[in-house]
Design a protein around this ligand. Structure first.
Ligand SMILES: [Mn+2]
Length: 301
């Protein structure tokens, strides 16, 4: 979006939002390549302008924004990578002021950004509320003996106490599972699921469920995670674990805007895999999603 680099700003002017890349895909279970996502999303973001027609906000008039660059990675270890990424994110901007928007990378990177968002929100004992767009539950315990892969980030964030399961919403889940245990975990923790099937059966009913959740969390600090595989592979083919039968791009952006004014204290857009994104549609959508997330918070300021 042509905002300045964080390194070009003085220490006395910490940005309100810092966008940074997390170029790691070692937590991927299927097609790898999301490590190149931040580069592709930045490239696609060149065409984005700072003002929103739909939400009637101008980011450049509301916020200071900067690009924090890319985190270092530990390409062969999900857990080592999380530690590197957490330390990098902790050092970005000023913790009392600067919110962080991470560009993945696979979904495993979200756990680090959630931890830092929770710290910056004052370590609320209840954990943060969470809004997650995803085709998958990401509540898997372990895959190939790995606890920190991209299918487990939400389960770990809940176990860590950084996310409050009872105030967590997952939008767009669908398709197949290795085991129903993942779904059972979500139910047992009272996660709110608005599966894709609900939108297909009755779109307005799905939207109502989303609005009910928004009203329930009120002005509580909330983390917003957008896995581009929530969108149908017809619109967002460039992703590592695509699942047919998802949202159109327009539906995804429309639902996202329902959260305008929410107290978003951290966010990410993950799972863009440029090698499978021959049209660059997915990177373009991811850039737009990141813009919309910033607009959601701008509405509330
Ligand atoms: Mn995911």
């Amino acid at each position: 979006m042509r905002f300045p680099r964080l390194s070009d700003l003085g220490d006395d002017s910490p940005p309100d939002w810092i966008v940074f890349g997390a170029p790691f895909d070692g937590g991927t279970t299927f097609h790898p390549g999301a490590r190149f996502g931040p580069r592709a999303i930045r490239d696609a973001s060149q065409y984005l302008k700072p003002a929103s027609i739909e939400l009637e906000v101008d980011l450049s008039a509301t916020f200071s924004l900067a690009d924090g660059g890319d985190s270092p990675v530990a390409a062969y270890s999900c857990s080592d990578n999380l530690e590197l990424l957490t330390t990098f994110a902790q050092g970005l901007g000023q913790s009392a002021q600067s919110h962080l928007l991470a560009l993945g990378g696979d979904h495993s990177i979200s756990l680090a950004n959630i931890r830092v968002a929770w710290e910056r929100a004052g370590r609320p004992a209840t954990g943060l509320a969470a809004i997650i767009f995803d085709a998958h539950l990401d509540t898997v315990d372990t895959v190939w003996d790995e606890s920190y892969g991209h299918a487990s980030f939400l389960r770990r964030a809940i176990e860590d106490g950084c996310v409050d399961a009872a105030r967590t919403l997952i939008i767009g889940v669908r398709g197949s599972l290795n085991t129903l245990d993942d779904l059972q975990f979500a139910h047992s923790k009272h996660i709110t699921l608005v599966p894709m099937s609900r939108f297909i059966d009755d779109f307005a009913s799905g939207e109502r469920a989303v609005l009910e959740f928004r009203d329930r969390i009120g002005d509580a600090p909330v983390y917003l995670s957008c896995d581009v595989d929530a969108v149908d592979p017809a619109f967002a083919p460039g992703t590592g674990t695509p699942v047919c039968g998802g949202f159109t791009s327009a539906q995804m952006l429309g639902i996202l805007r329902r959260f305008q004014g929410a107290q978003v204290v951290g966010a990410d857009v993950v799972e863009v895999c440029p090698a499978r994104d021959l049209s660059a549609n997915t990177a373009m959508l991811a850039a737009q999603i990141a813009f919309e997330i910033l607009c959601l918070d701008a509405v509330g300021r």
